[in-house]
Structure formats: C-alpha cells, structure tokens
Design a binder for this molecule. Structure first.
Ligand code: 3PG
Length: 214
C-alpha cells in the first residue's frame, strides 16, 4: 500500500482529529478515554511537551483500539523517535526536504504541513497527495481549501490551527477535506481541572456534527 492509501485507510472513518499536548503524565489515559467516549478513534499527540513521546508509547500499549498520530515532528531525530514509539502516522507543522524524504522511506505515513501552493507542489512532485494545512484559519479557512481544489484536484487536506466547533460544518462540506484537526475539544483548563466530562461533551458535539457529513 502506498502512503496515500495508508492514510486514506487510517482516516476512512475519521472526520475529527484532536490535537493534544500532554502536560501531566497522569492525564494521558483519562484524556484518551474521555475522547473515545466522545466518538474519537484517532488522535494526534504533539511532541510540544516532554510527555508527548511517552504518551504515544503508553497509548499504543494500553489503548490498542486508538489510532495514535505523532504531531509537531520537526526533525529527523523526532521522526525516528515516534516511529520507535509506535505512532500510526506522523504530522509536521511544515515541510523540509529532510522531512519529506524521511516520509518516503518510513513504514508509517507522513501528513506534511503546508501553507501555500508552492509547498503543496514540493510534496506533490515526490508523490504526496495528503497534507495538513496549518494554520488553517489564519490562512483563509474553508475559502483557501476551495481555492486549492482547482489546481490540486487529487489532493485532500486536514486543516488545523485556530479551528473551533463553529467552523467545522463548513470544512466538512468540502470534498477535499479528509478530516478537521484541532485542540478545541481538549481545552487546557478542562484537562487541568480533570474535567473529562467536558472533553467528552465537546468531542461528542464535534463528532455528531461530523456524522451528518454528506
Ligand atoms: C496543530 O499543531 O495542529 C495546531 O496547533 C492545532 O491547532 P489549534 O491548537 O489552534 O487547534
């Protein structure tokens, strides 16, 4: 299976990709369970905190039903570390030649982050057809993705960055959106307060809207 097929298989039933940053080790499993109770099957754990890598390992071991991506991967050392940790896929905020080449060689698929048509082309010429768009809201939101559909008709995107519940309906009407990503379903304050019910409520609100996707 090539990388695009692997990503399409991983994301076949996925419309919402929570982007989580772990501040305390003890939060990892309850947070994942709260998301799962809200209909989440796939999430992205960022390497923005020291707990990112151990969180990926723990989730792969203790919650095998979840699909766990590694996010904010910015260099070769991190790429290798998340492969070893068992991540199902890798997400980067932007592209470098090094990251794109690593993605081609890896056994797990890469969703490279882009912000411009030129960056899409840099990946496209190497065979990439699925990208993260970051930071989506600042770049123009759904209007940007509609514009990309013209020149890049076989490309699909996962917009993230500044997206909230109020925005996802419009994204999900677009044929070139594979899933919508973001952290609005995992507010820092709710995690700090261990308010797992709130995480489940926000996830349910998003996944139930996404279910209506036609
Ligand atoms: C990401 O890396 O995908 C974003 O930081 C998530 O964006 P958000 O926190 O603005 O939702």
């Amino acid at each position: 299976m090539d990388m695009t097929q692997t990503l399409d298989t991983l994301f076949a039933e996925v419309t919402l990709l929570p982007v989580i940053s772990i501040e305390r080790e003890a939060d990892i499993l309850p947070l994942a369970d709260a998301l799962a109770a809200g209909g989440i099957t796939t999430l992205e754990v960022t390497l923005r905190t020291p707990f990112g890598l151990p969180a990926i390992e723990l989730l792969r071991r203790e919650r095998p039903a979840l699909q766990v991506g590694a996010g904010t991967v910015i260099d070769a050392a991190q790429f290798a570390a998340v492969e070893r940790a068992g991540a199902h896929f890798v997400v980067t905020p932007g592209i470098t030649d090094e990251l794109l080449q690593l993605g081609l060689k890896s056994t797990i698929p890469l969703l490279p982050g882009i912000a411009t048509a030129s960056e899409i082309l840099a990946g496209y010429r190497l065979g990439y057809r699925r990208f993260k768009v970051f930071p989506a809201q600042v770049l123009g939101g759904a209007a940007l993705l509609k514009s990309f559909a013209g020149p890049f008709s076989d490309v699909r995107f996962c917009p993230t960055g500044g997206i909230g519940q109020q925005d996802i309906g419009e994204y999900l009407t677009l044929g070139n959106v594979m899933a919508v990503g973001g952290s609005w379903v995992v507010p820092k304050a709710s995690i700090a307060a261990e308010d797992w019910a709130e995480v489940t409520r926000l996830s349910l609100a998003a996944t139930s809207l996404a279910k209506g996707r036609g």
